[in-house]
Design a protein around this ligand. Sequence first.
Ligand SMILES: NC(=O)c1ccc[n+]([C@@H]2O[C@H](COP(=O)([O-])OP(=O)(O)OC[C@H]3O[C@@H](n4cnc5c(N)ncnc54)[C@H](OP(=O)(O)O)[C@@H]3O)[C@@H](O)[C@H]2O)c1
Length: 277
Amino acid sequence: MVAQATADHCRSIGDEVVALTRKELDIANAENVRSVVEEHRPDAIINCAAYTNVDGAEGEPERAYAANVTGVENLAKTAKEFGAVFVTISTDYVFDGANGGFYFEGDEPNPQGIYAKTKRKGELAALNANERSIVVRSGWIYGKGGTNFLSVMADLLRDGKRIKAIRDSFGTPTFAGDLAARLRELAELDEPGIFHVTNSGPGTSYLGFAEAVCEMGGFDATLIESVSKDELRRPAPRPASSKLGSLRCEEFGLAPMPDWEDALLRSMNGIQAKYHQ
Ligand SMILES: NC(=O)c1ccc[n+]([C@@H]2O[C@H](COP(=O)([O-])OP(=O)(O)OC[C@H]3O[C@@H](n4cnc5c(N)ncnc54)[C@H](OP(=O)(O)O)[C@@H]3O)[C@@H](O)[C@H]2O)c1
């Protein structure tokens, strides 16, 4: 999802982009990574690949580790060898959610599930292997391509099906298109370290997000059933609140990210044709 948005954005501003699927490049394979980077000699590598099945990771930690730690380390080392800027994406789930408010770049991570733990190890692997690494934490990402909570929700609501939305779990929704533009800016900025990138605003709950989707998409809001996170037990632990705020983007003079409701509306308009034909 984020890879497609990033490739589209970079092409739209005139970059020469080599976008590779897993079949073309297995990031967990060091030789594969080195030969691909040697062939293309990129100025920047933006890693959007990851093992992203949060619940699935509990049952297959080795696969999650291979992509989220070994893969990131392979790319970071190879970027250093070939002099490319390296940007990799991490997650709001590196935090445990105990503070109940926003997490900033300097806050201490405390990942809970296997997915979150591998993502945190991946952050450290990137930063240790390459002093030029840029780690971008984001959260609640939706956009074109793949299955994400907006597409699942909108598909069900369009079909008149009831959905359960958690009222006591909070995050900062992020439109993949906006994240993509910021990833590109950060590659250009070439300042290493951790950056938090989400759409701005106070954040919301899954329930708040679902209500906004109904309002903007013209769906029937009575189809939403409000549930607590404990009612909707899922295999992997998740932070109750993982809202991200950024001090570092401001420090480097980057413009505030668009507001999450504005971003959702733009994204919904983009998919309007699919849901309102
Ligand atoms: N979606 C969210 O809400 C969210 C929130 C916070 C952070 N993030 C992070 O954002 C980044 C992008 O997420 P996304 O939602 O765009 O993920 P996505 O749609 O699931 O895409 C991840 C891609 O990585 C590929 N991949 C997995 N292992 C690989 C390997 N060893 N080598 C090469 N490719 C491999 C996957 O291929 P297969 O499909 O073949 O496995 C998939 O195409 C990830 O780092 C994710 O952890 C996502």
